[in-house]
Design a protein around this ligand. Structure first.
Ligand code: PLP
Ligand code: ZN
Length: 484
């Protein structure tokens, strides 16, 4: 049942085979309206809710066991077989093999980290860090972008846009520059983007539009502009993004020898990752490929705590899809009217109105999830522990370790639990935050961190300042190495 379509503009490149066993479906169970896979919608046209990519699994060839992926050809000459996203193609089969786009995403690492485990309060061997900084653009966003970009190419898009706190734009810009298939148009808020990320968008040649306002403003505008100009939108409101991000969990499971951990801990911004992880586990479970679903912990920064507020304080639930939108819309309106802006050093999660809010509620239900909030102080201390005991990460990723520690202290996570913290982005994305924390430059500390309530850098690793004199240098090294 393969349907061939020839999008007007994609003609000449290759005929794109689209299977009707993949489709899009409204997430609201009372609606459930479906759309063809080769259409572009950001919302259900009947009820306004988000869409999922869904499959008629009975008519697809699915793996009998996850261990079949151990034979996948990581050393293959075919880049799509090596991709950490597309080697799981049979679990996100919305495009035909010829249509898949890759820039080498998903070659990531699941790293055991005992010193971080000790900090969190877990037994040795109990904590793994899923390090997504190894992606080509340095964050997990490349997983989702591989899928969204593939869909954009399938429908013949020539321009793709996003609003971004930085990493989505870096990822889109990288896909555009490597493939030369599309022009990237990026919306950012003013002064709210880490320089590592901005430098990527500029260097990769993206058309970068800086809006006076924050991420939430940029998000609103990009949707309007994309609609008006017919530009393909790759924010995580795009359901194909979330398909690609499922593979983060496939790689976690593979890294654990296909054993399901007790907890997956992830920072929450627009809530794409958490939503996508919930979908991944729901599908694996329904296909009989895993026998239980791990618990999910989503970590908000205290300065961007919408999910925490509505889920933990107000007790809002998905309830099998009997979605109550009044408390959510009411809260968003209240935020708008009071002029309250998200504010955290973890700029990647500095978002007050997460677009995937309802999908995340669904994921929390499926995964018996919890939501936790952590201060910027806790985020940066957690980040410093990751740096000292692993590959390092940007501030937002430090939230997962800080959150795991807090949930451990609250007794929600047990000392013997097996926990995976997702490190969403590379250390070098935001060098200012790291240097402000460690360097001991009071002016820089006050400007970047002090204004956000961070009092001290508990794990600061200061440079030792010595005169340019051999004896004094030797002396300083000897005394410092004894001290440590
Ligand atoms: C985008 C991003 C997040 C937030 O992820 P969501 O899926 O939007 O919740 C967290 N950390 C980093 C480094 C990011 O780039
Ligand atoms: Zn609908």
């Amino acid at each position: 049942m393969i349907k061939l379509i020839f999008p007007e503009e994609a003609r000449g490149a290759c005929a794109v085979a689209v299977t009707d066993i993949a489709f899009q479906r409204c997430i609201a169970p009372h609606c459930g309206r479906t759309y063809a896979i080769d259409e572009v919608h950001l919302r259900c046209e009947s009820c306004g809710h988000l869409l999922d990519v869904d499959y008629d699994w009975d008519r697809l060839k699915v793996p009998q066991s996850l261990s079949e992926f151990d034979q996948s050809q990581r050393s293959s000459a075919d880049a799509r077989q090596r991709s950490g996203v597309w080697r799981y193609h049979s679990l996100l089969p919305f495009a035909s093999p010829e249509a898949l786009v890759t820039i080498g995403e998903g070659h990531t690492l699941l790293q055991p980290a005992d010193s971080v485990a000790r900090y969190v309060g877990l037994q040795a061997g109990g904590l793994h860090l899923q390090y997504e900084g190894m992606n080509p653009s340095g964050s997990f966003k490349d997983n989702g972008m591989a899928a969204a970009f593939t869909h954009a190419a399938m429908v013949g898009a020539k321009r793709a846009a996003c609003a971004s706190t930085g990493n989505t734009s870096a990822s889109l810009a990288a896909f555009c520059s490597v493939t030369q298939q599309m022009q990237a148009i990026i919306f950012i808020g003013s002064g709210k983007i880490a320089f590592g990320k901005l430098s990527q968008a500029l260097d990769y040649g993206a058309l970068t539009v800086q809006i006076e306002g924050d991420f939430d403003d940029a998000m609103r505008r990009v949707r309007e502009v994309a609609g008006k100009l017919g530009i393909y939108l790759v924010n995580s409101v795009n359901p194909f993004r979330l398909e690609g991000q499922k593979t983060v969990m496939f790689r976690v499971l593979q890294g654990l020898g296909w054993e399901v951990p007790d907890w997956v801990v992830v920072p929450g911004g627009n809530l794409g990752n958490s939503s996508s992880f919930g979908k991944a586990f729901t599908e694996l479970h329904a296909l009989g490929l895993i026998d239980r679903i791990p618990r999910l912990a989503v970590i908000n920064a205290a300065g961007a705590r919408t999910l925490y507020h509505l889920y933990e304080a107000q007790g809002l639930r998905w309830n099998g899809g009997t979605i109550q939108s009044d408390p959510v819309e009411g809260y968003f309106t209240q935020l708008d009217e009071s002029g309250k802006r998200a504010d955290t050093v973890a700029t990647a999660i500095e978002i007050n109105q997460p677009v995937n809010f309802y999908k995340c509620l669904r994921a929390l239900e499926v995964c018996d999830g919890v939501v936790c909030e952590v201060t910027d102080q806790e985020i940066l201390d957690g980040k410093a522990q990751v740096g000292a005991g692993g590959l390092g990460c940007e501030p937002a990723s430090g939230a997962s370790v800080a959150g795991a520690k807090k949930l451990r202290e609250q007794g929600v996570i047990a000392p013997s639990d097996r926990v995976v913290c997702v490190l969403t982005g590379h250390l070098l994305k935001d060098p200012d935050a790291t240097v402000a924390y460690h360097a001991g430059d009071q002016e820089m500390f006050d400007r970047i961190l002090g204004s956000r309530g961070v009092e001290r850098a508990r794990f600061a690793n200061r440079a030792v300042v010595v005169p340019n004199d051999l004896d004094r240098i030797v002396e300083a090294i000897e005394s410092e190495s004894q001290r440590n």
